[in-house]
Design a protein around this ligand. Sequence first.
Ligand code: NAI
Length: 479
Amino acid sequence: KVNGLEFAVADLKLAEAGRHQIRLAEHEMPGLMATRREYADSKPLKGARVAGSLHMTVQTAVLIETLKELGADVRWVSCNIFSTQDEAAAAVVVGPNGTPEQPEGVPVFAWKGETLEEYWWCTDQLFQFGDQGPNMILDDGGDATLLVHKGVEFEAAGAVPEATEDDPHEYRVILSTLKASLAADSKRFTRIAEGIKGVTEETTTGVHRLYEFAKTGELLFPAINVNDSVTKSKFDNKYGCRHSLVDGINRATDTLIGGKVAVVCGYGDVGKGSAESLRGQGARVIITEIDPICALQAAMDGFQVTTLEDVVETADIFVTTTGNFNIITAEHMAKMKHQAIVGNIGHFDNEIDMAGLEKTPGVTKVEIKPQVHEYRFPDGHSIIVLSEGRLLNLGNATGHPSFVMSNSFTNQVMAQIELFTKPGEYGKQVYVLPKHLDEKVARLHLDALGVKLTKLTKEQAAYIGVDVEGPYKPDHYRY
Ligand code: NAI
């Protein structure tokens, strides 16, 4: 704690470097900056205590400071152990007008290269606004929401269950985090959950968790699925990954991608961006899919579609994008070519069976540099694994660039305003933002790209059955 501000970041002296990057990012984030101007006087988030769990990058810094400008009190953690940009975290703690000696920004608990124990300790810090809890969650992947739900579940049961041998390491860490919390205060998360007006969720994987909670009636507060705003998943997941996938591979390996055979597992939004990214570098890209529609899309986009087993011995680069688990197994990796590159860009690290790889007899691990490891197999071949199986675009590079994140984060801010200012209008369900707000987000980004929009005439609007001012498409339209 310095100057009354709690935080845990790598080094506050990095703040100046972070501030320069934030300043440049602000220019590239017209949606967020327009939102700041629009709400400069009304401050719709006054009274909001936002607990944010989302990659602590330069772009997120602009989001955090936007929430603050709209009146919110904010605490922040990263939603991944490798994704923090330490200079951005430092700059957010110091604030635009503070100094490393006198920080006056936002409490951030995040640094690049946390252990899982540290990660869940940080997440636990999110929920302590002095002697109050948060009243809003802004989540990416659902870990903050998960901690509250598990906390409430165990508090109701009166105890945290003992971990079993089969529980993955991360789940054991969650259990011990909650055990300590419950021992100190047996109703902490129950009170916290009662105070929460809602959660806004950033990504496909977190949204999936929310719909599961809603289906079983366990969802404790209203949720807005930000991912499925068109201006989020059809932009960030696709064009964001188109930029940041090869950025991560290049920074990690500096291996020429052109001419190589790259396999992309999954052809959803992230897969589409990833495949285009690799093709843009001249790779020969092969897709694997389980969904016939996405497989057909991949084929018609000009990609070979086959199974991993068919190409595992011949491809040079493997990228998982499925949000599913056990896509690349230890057996697959045992069969790969010498120095094949293996990485994941989906949210969690279980797309590649890292636990199985670590346990494979005779396999040794060499650190080439942080977040780049060579695994040597007894037969002499080795593979290069990026970010220990965690999302490589954030672990090996700096994630998506500002402009695309401005779209995602403008949706986040609108969703926070919706849930915070209209508590009576949302039940314990998962909602998406109305289409007129989605169109507004897009509109805010047109000028910066010099886009000139055609205006409907009244007659044309009547002919296609829409309002001149929009929305222009029915809810079932797919873009
Ligand atoms: P999506 O649902 O659009 O795409 C996933 C695709 O994987 C689907 O088409 C599905 O049919 C396919 N799939 C599932 N199991 C498969 C299997 N066994 N083999 C081959 N294909 C399989 O989801 P989206 O939006 O593309 O997100 C994917 C993941 O990426 C999620 O975990 C999401 O949270 C994450 N994400 C990561 C970002 C990043 O910056 N790294 C950005 C946005 C999302």
